[in-house]
Design a protein around this ligand. Structure first.
Ligand SMILES: [Zn+2]
Length: 164
């Protein structure tokens, strides 16, 4: 597979009207490739993330792939906090917590507020909340073998707390 061709198709996907089928589709017979590629072209409003967007999203998942960071963010979603308090909450040392918070801040998942010599951390935005909510609620469903929500096509009902 030609890497450059795939990259190009991702980059233009959803943004321009004209799209070249990716290389893996073109490796099939031409007619087959054309019909496969046009499936998505016919979907109204279909779009693809560009390379940068996909890389940043993957980086976000990498940042979240750590149980301590999940706990830190979950706590921060409920109110701003300091390193000392967070260290106590997650049962880790202040140095380790500081390092996690610095990385989360670089990735723009948390923000800071200074008050004199104190620094208070909080979750960056509503999307961080949704990322954490969905990951934890989904984990809860898997853990407790809970059924899916009644209307799988619609928005899930808002959870106010993790499933009891
Ligand atoms: Zn649920």
């Amino acid at each position: 597979m030609d890497r450059a061709e795939v990259t190009d198709s991702l980059r233009t996907g959803g943004r321009s009207g004209r799209r070249t089928p990716p290389a893996y589709l073109r490796s099939h017979a031409d007619s087959k490739a054309a019909s496969l590629a046009s499936v998505h072209n016919d979907l109204p409003g279909f779009s693809m993330p560009n390379e940068e967007q996909a890389n940043l999203a993957a980086e976000t998942f990498r940042m979240l792939a750590d149980a301590t960071r999940v706990k830190l963010l979950w706590a921060l979603l409920q109110g701003e906090s300091s390193v000392t308090c967070l260290a106590e909450l997650v049962g880790a040392g202040p140095t380790a917590v500081s390092q996690h918070l610095a990385k989360l801040r670089l990735a723009r998942l948390v923000k800071t507020r200074r008050e004199g010599t104190f620094v208070f951390y909080s979750a960056a935005d509503v999307h961080v909340r949704r990322l954490l909510d969905e990951a934890l609620y989904h984990a809860d469903h898997a853990d407790q073998d809970l059924p899916d929500h009644p209307d799988p096509a619609g928005e899930p009902p808002p959870h106010v707390a993790l499933h009891a």
